[in-house]
Design a protein around this ligand. Sequence first.
Ligand SMILES: *Cc1c(COP(=O)(O)O)cnc(C)c1O
Length: 369
Amino acid sequence: MPRARTPNGGGITRGPCGGAAAQDTYPDRVIDLRSDTVTRPTKGMLDAMAAAPTGDDVYDEDPSVRALEERTAELLGHEAGLFTVSGSLANMLGVRAWVAPGRELLCEAQAHVVRAELGGHSAWHGVTTRTWTHDRGGVDLEAVRRLMTPDAGPYLVSTAAIAVENTHNFAGGTVHPLGELAALRELVGGTGVRLHLDGARLWNAQVASGTPAGEYARLFDTVSVCLSKGLGAPVGSVLVGPADVIAEARVWRKRMGAGWRQAGVLAAAGSYALDHHVERMRDDHANARLIAATVADAAPSVVDPARVETNIVLLDVGESAHRLVEEARAEGVLTGIVGPGLVRVITHLDVGADDARRAAEVLARLAES
Ligand SMILES: *Cc1c(COP(=O)(O)O)cnc(C)c1O
């Protein structure tokens, strides 16, 4: 049994990422669609972990960690990389590189950095934030233009950086058009305002759009990517950016108590995932589309399948959200609530096409009733 979490007063179901807490009392097989973080390492991945050469990473001597950092930096077109325990830590280290205490970060209002990192950016690094809203979690260039005050003098907060999330989690796994991001890069131009990309699911964006992750990443000053989401590694993210920024992030990682020693066993899982689990995300996307289409057939107002671009499906079920989550759970289908009336379904490595079909039937029946 997982530990019960403190109710947060937001009407969010307990459990990781707003999901119902998992238990062992389900009908035959549980299909866990609460998050793509719930995957277990595969046999091939465990073998790669067991075979990994290791050393002390605080001394920068773990060959498996270095290989993963260098490879990720190269894939994303940046100078250097830093392996971190979580995406939240990678984001905090990236943002703090650009935003001094008391300065501000701009982002979309549903961004993970302001909604799901528990105030870490301010609690650790004194970062303040202002947000714009966008239906699909995207960049509202006009709003950014209005909000951005790079050098606001002694009366107003000065903007130091802007964070973008691709794909956007709470907007339903939406992919940002490359042109929109290029326009943002153009907009910040010579202002000195820096761009951070929260690319927890950048691999999903690559697979869905056909645009290489590096094409997105090169428009940003720092980029974080998760290995523990669609890629299916048990732990880890990588922050990439300029060599001096990454060197300083390495200092801050240790300062925050997150230096690790023979982390190569974990890095090896990430490297294995980059080799074997990127292209297969097509299956996750197809499964998500199948679930959306099946639910939309039964209850057209609940989801628009055309909005499902990657592995996340948001079901807008209004008042029935808690009932739906509980009833689905009783039938062995785990989902979560991520906003008022919004049930989130995420497909991943441990959900096969049969599971997706069964979950789709259950959710469609419950959404219809
Ligand atoms: C999951 C996620 C992260 C990082 O989460 P951790 O649990 O800290 O690894 C960051 N950004 C987005 C958009 C995410 O979905």
